[in-house]
Design a protein around this ligand. Structure first.
Ligand code: NAP
Length: 457
């Protein structure tokens, strides 16, 4: 359409919606490309970094160091952060197209998958994602109440999120108090009566989705014993074949760690973390509040690498006071864009937003909302690079936007009384949080409301 886009005459204007890892890994190749590109990154919160800030566990601070890389990207003169702007509410994607030649959706997976069992909505039945967002200080989740006044907690799912939840419930306050967990969460956890955390996987020990580092930690906790049933560690032929496959090295390592944890036995610590395999929840019982969970024992069927769990018909009830489901995140639709409901993603071809009939020229997607909620932070780098390569290939086909000026957009948002937060503003909030942390001998004390963040300015 235009040969001028991306030149010194007229910069290619790209809006990135979402400031998590996939958003930053999309900004980087745009800014370092041969084209003259202006990147404006939006987030509905005043704070950037998405799941690095609100998902990564507080007791895994090294993982959060990746924000240093994102800060370098944000320092590029052609990069702007526009925080506290909710695309879809404050301004629609359709309206945004007036100001940008291309839009990259990097909104991640904002909700979670359901189990679809009766009792799932009872009191004391929680989602891992809301618990994680709560203890990490996400403003949308601070009104949640987690009733830890029970001795037995059940977690369904064996991914790293389930591991994070189990560890936070199993650690002592001393093990958490220096971190950036919120003081409110620490206070609630300090009164926790939980003695047993039971994590259930529907498949076997050779299929657990968590990574070795995460499970090994359970052998090193100050006041918690990991407990496994040796019978659960028996493997069928197909599982043995899976573990012999070099591609499955992390799962083989997991299995070796299970044997090590088994040897530790019960050391008399006051909390216990139980890992159960081959069990699926069928129903939660109680008087509108979690009291018991009915499980069915499973067996694995299918060839190595494709084994599925099926019920054996053998059932058992399990008493517990609180229940967490942790069976994966799920993307939510963005108004005006196509959505693949079953997969919970924006349908796309190599990151170009598309539906069954056509490609939506100028619209792109990256990260979990592009591919589904899989992989670690680094997985987003090649994923975003693929999308940006395709976007830059499209430069000549893009329709230049009507108003190629961020200042006009800022005026429009100001008229709507939206206080837009720049990266410089964010750095002030960041400083204030670090200062608050010092006061409480913690690495950081987050503001847990948007108002709190804005007041810090
Ligand atoms: P995940 O890794 O996909 O794990 C989901 C778990 O839920 C699996 O054990 C899965 O079992 C189970 N599951 C799914 N549907 C189920 C059902 N109907 N009944 C029972 N179990 C069911 O998801 P996640 O834990 O939410 O993590 C998301 C991504 O973030 C992952 O890639 C993870 O590694 C990453 N992450 C990384 C870290 C870290 O590096 N420290 C921390 C947090 C998250 P099946 O295998 O049988 O499907």
């Amino acid at each position: 359409m235009s040969t001028q886009l991306g030149t010194q005459v007229r910069a290619l204007r790209v809006a990135i919606i979402g400031s998590g890892p996939s958003g930053f890994y999309a900004a980087e190749p745009l800014l370092s490309s041969k084209f003259n590109v202006k990147v404006d990154m939006f987030d509905r919160l005043p704070a950037p970094f998405g799941l690095v800030r609100y998902g990564v566990a507080p007791d895994h601070p090294k993982i959060k160091n990746v924000t240093k890389v994102y800060e370098k990207i944000a320092a590029h003169p052609n990069f702007s952060f526009l925080g506290n702007v909710c695309i879809g509410e404050d301004i629609s994607v359709h309206e945004l197209r007036k100001y940008y030649d291309a839009i990259v959706i990097a909104t991640g997976a904002e909700t979670d998958r359901k189990l679809g069992i009766s009792g799932e909505n009872f009191l004391n039945s929680y989602t891992a994602t809301e618990f994680v967002a709560w203890y990490n200080g996400h403003p949308d989740f601070q009104n949640r109440h987690f009733d830890l006044n029970h001795e037995v907690a059940v977690i369904i799912g064996q991914g790293n999120v389930a591991m994070d939840v189990a560890r936070i419930l199993s650690k002592t306050v001393d093990e958490l108090k220096d971190t950036d967990i919120t003081r409110h969460a620490l206070e609630v956890l300090s009164k926790s009566r939980i003695k047993e955390v039971h994590m259930f996987g529907r498949r076997g020990p050779a299929q657990a989705a968590f990574t070795p580092v995460e499970v090994r930690e359970f052998g090193e906790l100050a006041d918690c014993d990991p407990i496994l049933d040796p019978k659960d560690l028996e493997l069928n032929e197909a599982s043995l074949a899976e573990l012999a496959d070099p591609h499955n090295a992390p799962r083989k390592k997991n299995y070796e760690i299970f044997q090590e944890l088994l040897k530790l036995g019960n050391r008399g610590k006051s909390r216990k973390f139980y890992l159960h395999f081959y069990r699926s929840p069928l129903e939660i019982f109680g008087a509108n509040k979690v009291e018991r969970v009915l499980f069915e024992k499973n067996k694995l069927v299918g060839e190595a690498g494709k084994q599925k769990s099926i019920g054996t018909g053998e059932r058992e009830e399990f008493r517990c006071g609180i229940f967490f489901r942790s069976v994966g995140y799920r993307g939510v639709p963005l108004k005006g864009l196509p959505f693949h409901d079953q997969a919970g993603i924006i349908p796309n071809i190599g990151g170009r937003v598309s539906d069954a009939e056509h490609i939506f020229m100028g619209l792109y997607t990256v990260g979990w909302i592009k591919r589904g909620p899989t992989g670690i932070i680094g997985t987003n780098k090649p994923d975003s690079e693929e999308t940006i390569k395709n976007l830059l290939e499209d430069v000549d086909k893009l329709i230049p936007c009507e108003i190629p000026d961020t200042n006009v957009l800022l005026e429009y948002l100001k008229e709507k009384e939206i206080k837009v937060i720049s990266f410089t503003d964010w750095k002030k909030i960041d400083e204030a949080e670090l200062e608050r942390g010092k006061k409480y001998n913690k690495s950081r004390e987050k503001f847990i409301t948007v108002e709190g963040m804005l007041t810090a300015l």
